[in-house]
Design a protein around this ligand. Sequence first.
Ligand code: SF4
Length: 458
Amino acid sequence: MLLRHTPKEITPRAALTINPAKTCQPIGAIYASLGIHKCLPHSHGAQGCCAYHRSALTRHYKEPIMASTSSFTEGSSVFGGQANLLQALNNIFTIYNPDIVAIHTTCLSETIGDDVPQIISKAYEEGKIPKDKVVISTSTPSYVGSHITGFSNMVKSMAMQLGGGSSCKKDQINIIPGWVEPADMREIKRLCREMGLNTIMFPDTSGVVDSPQTGKFNMYPQGGVRLDEMQRIGDSEATIALGKFTSQAAAEALDAKYKVPCEILDLPIGLRATDRFINTLRPHSRLKVPESINYERGRLVDMITDMQQYLAGKRVALFGDPDQLISLSEFLVDLDMRPVYVITGTRGKKFLRHMQEILGEAVPEAKVQHAKDAFLLHQWIKNEPVDLLIGNSYGKYIARDEDIPFVRYGFPITDRVGHTYFPSVGYQGGSQLLERILGVLLDRQDRDAPEEGFELVM
Ligand code: SF4
C-alpha cells in the first residue's frame, strides 16, 4: 500500500500535481540531441538540472548519458550566463571535441532571459568555436510543456539550424521518428529499406543509447544522423513525420523553408497505424510492398485472431506521452480491448480530439484527460477497477496497490530492461507488444485459477 493516501473521492484540484505523468523539457531536448552523430548536448543552467536530466536518461537507457552544463552560480543567476556559456564552449571543444554542441535552456536561464543565439554568435566571433564545428540551440523553459515539448523544440531547431539543401530534389525521403526507443528507430529504418527507400532519419538514437559493449569507452558512439545528411534534408522529396506532438513542428518548418512536402502520421504502433505508415511509404517506393512485410502483418493478424478470447472486453488504463497513447489506444481497440482511462501529463487539446476519434464510438465510456497526473488515474481506478494498466515504471505502485496486471511502456522505464532493444513499432513490434500484454493477462489467470482450472494449454 505505497500509495495508501490516494483517496477514492475525487475533489477539484487546480494548482497541485501529484505523481506527474510527464517530466521536464530539457530531458526531451537531450534525447533528441543524442540522435545526432558526435553531438554533445549542453544544458544552459545550473548543475542540478543537468545532473537530474542525465540521471533520468541514464536510468531509462542503461547507458552513460553525456551532457555538459553552464554550471550557473549565484552570480550568473543575477548577471546572466553569458560568461559561463562562452567558457563552457571553449572547454567543450578543447577537452571533449564533439562535432556539434546542441544547447538547450532551463527554467533558470529562461527566467533570466539569456539570449543564447546572441551568445553563440559572440562565441563564433571570439574564435571559441572551431571553424569546422557547429553549435545549435533551442529554448526549453520547463515551466511550460513537458519532455515531449522539449523533444519537439530540439528536433525543429535541428532541422532549421543544421538542415540544408540545394534546389535539386533527390531520390530520398526524410523520416522524423518521434520519441520512440532506439530499437523502434532501427525497425522503422528496416521497414523503409525493405520498401526500397533511401531515407534520412533525424534524430536517430539507434547505435547511440543502445550501443554494444566492446570493452572500450566511446564518448561518441557510431549511431546518429550525420551532419552531411542533415545538410541534404532540404533536397528530399518528402518528409514523413511520426507523431503530431513530437515531429509535426519540425516537418512543417522544413516544408516552409525548403518546400519539402510533409505527411504527419501517428506513431506506427499496432496494426492500423503501421498499415497507414506502409501505405504512405508506397508512393515513394518503386517497389510493391514486399512479401516479407506482408508476412509480418499476417503473423500479427494471426496472433490477434488466435488469442482474441483472452483480450476481448478487458478494461485498460493507460498513462504516458500523447503520441504513444494515441496509437496504443487504437491498437487496443483493434484487439477488442477497452481503453477506459487515458491520461497524459502533456498539454494539448488535439490529443483529446484525436482520442475522441479513436474511442468515441468504440469505447463511449472512456475518460480521457490531458495535462493531468497519475494520481487522478489512480482515483479513477479506485472508483471502477481495470484489468490492465499500461504506463511507465511509476505505474508499478498503482499496479501493486490495486493488484492489477501491469505492462511497462513509455518513459521512463527504470526497473526493467528490453524496452531499448526490442521494438514496439511495425508489425513485428506489434507482435512483441501483444505478447507482453497477453503474458501478464495469462499470468494473472494462472495465478487466480483454482487447482481444477489450472490449465496446461491455454
Ligand atoms: S524543471 Fe526547470 S529547474 Fe527543474 S530540473 Fe527541469 S529545467 Fe531544471
